[in-house]
Design a protein around this ligand. Structure first.
Ligand code: AKG
Ligand code: FE2
Length: 318
């Protein structure tokens, strides 16, 4: 495995303008190519996450992880185990993460903050999370719209955008207190549709495996005002393999704690993922039969699902 200095594509999404401008047209080609070849790219902006918001969210997140373990364990979705708190343990020594279901819904976000801070909730944190996730979701929607346009699938855009919900997941990576690289989060693909990921501080760690499986590419954003956009397995399946869902991991070193926020685009309950017939032909035979998103997601959090190199194929291979 080599560590040569490959880079993930950098694409400017600031001031995009109308969706038939020349800029829009050229940007969507860049995005499509990046998501085909790397499965991700760094989207750059001009002040998308203002410093004040980043600071305020950062304060809230530190308070959140400082809550007693018993409180954090209340962050549990019995129907969808993947949307729950994950604590540190013997095999997962550095990262801890918290999930906020329905991250764009004021009601659901308040339900979360009232659970974590039962005395008086945390209206500031609710407000910040809604604002933050609202910004990330706009990026997700623009990118998915562009991908569908570039595939000539305009007629599916409304359904694609309206059939999704969002889960926010917040990660804290304890400083390993060694100069040596230490695995913070094991290598995985995101199983959802699309992920937009932002880091709250300068602590590096994200790496993406190149499509040929040979190189771990450093994938931290070059600025705290950028966002990593990444394809999940479900979008690879929906596009019949046109887009790549990259393996990625987090490797940390040093004495600083790393904090990241991911917004995970997921399907609405009961939604069946079905590859459009336009993407199936002799060169691209159907990869996966239609599948119920949450049945697949829950399979991936069983031992059999975790052990499988391609759990979707095992379950729904065509
Ligand atoms: O924290 C990061 O940089 C990556 C997080 C991640 O890959 C995930 O939560 O799926
Ligand atoms: Fe991930």
């Amino acid at each position: 495995m080599s560590f040569v200095s490959m880079k993930i594509p950098l694409i400017d999404l600031s001031n995009l303008g109308e969706n038939d401008s020349t800029r829009w047209e050229s940007t969507k080609i860049q995005i499509r190519e990046a998501l085909q070849e790397y499965g991700c790219f760094e989207a750059t902006f001009n002040n998308i996450i203002p410093l004040e918001l980043r600071k305020s969210v950062g304060d809230g997140i530190r308070q959140l992880f400082d809550l007693p373990l018993a409180t954090k364990l209340l962050n549990k979705n019995p129907q969808i185990p993947l949307h729950s708190y994950v604590g540190r343990n013997d095999s997962n020594t550095l990262v801890e993460s918290i999930a906020i279901d329905g991250a764009l819904s004021p009601h659901e976000v308040d339900t979360f903050t009232n659970l974590m801070w039962p005395d008086q909730g945390n209206p500031t944190f609710s407000k910040d999370i809604l604002l933050y996730c609202g910004k990330l979701s706009k990026v997700d929607k623009i990118v998915r719209r562009m991908v569908l346009e570039s595939l000539g699938l305009e007629k599916y855009i409304d359904e694609q955008i309206n059939s999704t919900d969002y889960v926010c997941r917040i990660q804290k990576y304890e400083a390993p207190r060694t100069p040596h690289s230490t695995l913070g989060l094991y290598s995985h693909t995101d199983k959802n549709i699309m992920t937009t990921l932002h880091r709250l501080n300068h602590v590096n760690g994200l790496q993406v495996l190149s499509k040929d499986g040979k190189t771990w590419i450093p994938a931290d954003t070059t600025s705290l005002d950028s966002i990593i956009v990444m394809v999940g397995t479900t979008l690879r399946a929906w596009t019949n393999g046109r887009l790549h869902d990259p393996l990625h991991r987090v490797v940390v070193s040093g004495n600083e704690t790393r904090y990241t926020i991911g917004l995970f685009t997921v399907a609405k309950k009961g939604y069946v993922i079905k590859t459009p017939e336009e993407l199936v032909n002799e060169d691209h035979p159907l990869l996966y039969k239609p599948f119920d998103y949450y049945k697949f997601i829950n399979f991936t959090s069983t031992d059999a699902g975790r052990a499988s190199p391609d759990p979707l194929k095992e379950y729904y291979g065509a």
